[in-house]
Design a protein around this ligand. Sequence first.
Ligand code: CNA
Length: 234
Amino acid sequence: MATLKELVDKSSRIVFFGGAGVSTESGIPDFRSQDGLYNQKYDVPPETILSDTYFYAHPEEFYRFYRDKMLPLDAEPNAAHKKLAEWERAGKLLAVVTQNIDGLHQKAGSKRVFELHGSVYRNHCLSCGKSYSAEYIKESTGVPRCSCGGLIKPDVVLYGEQLEEKTILGAIRAISAADLLIVAGTSLTVYPAAGFLQYFEGEHLVLINRDPTPWDGAAELVIHQKVGEVLSAL
Ligand code: CNA
């Protein structure tokens, strides 16, 4: 903790790269932890349900799972989200790059957030492009339809879909400009997102994750604890 505090104090271009583990302390389960969604019992595995082919073939089943598990609209930012927003306001943090789709960084006040996998707060009609709120999706039943009759799709990147180019570029630029990169709450197994760490050219790489990751050996400092607890103790 003393080393982390020292690194944070002397850095002025911090970038935070996070995943589902950043939101577990807000009550949103991640995918790969023991109590994560992938370890619960479903007839169809969540990684299949959350794919583009499944979405188009079985929209009703997709939306049943999505509404139930992926739309925790009443979740609140935790200590990690709040600390990052505070660092941005203080001019110490360049950007948050997140794999999360829950919008909690923005809810905590962060402005420069690159959402690699999109957001549940943006939804659009696949026929006419009209936008719909997350609340509209949550309150709809069956397959949510546009006023034109088209199918509405959340702007989240499903397995099998490409990441948005503008977001990729912004994230890579931020990571390569960072002096301190803090990677937290991610198993670093989902690509291409995890590969973005390779663009880091700064001096200090810190990893805060409950479980070990494939990048532990590359980091200057590895802390196997809860990210909210660690950041709030700084
Ligand atoms: P993951 O593969 O589920 O890994 C999560 C990692 O976080 C695990 O290694 C855990 O050990 C670790 N972890 C869990 N809680 C904490 C904590 N409090 N402090 C520190 N570490 C913790 O999730 P990834 O983000 O790596 O995988 C990428 C997927 C998950 C992305 O596509 C996300 O969209 C997707 N996802 C997002 C959300 C969300 O938006 N909140 C929720 C569930 C899944």
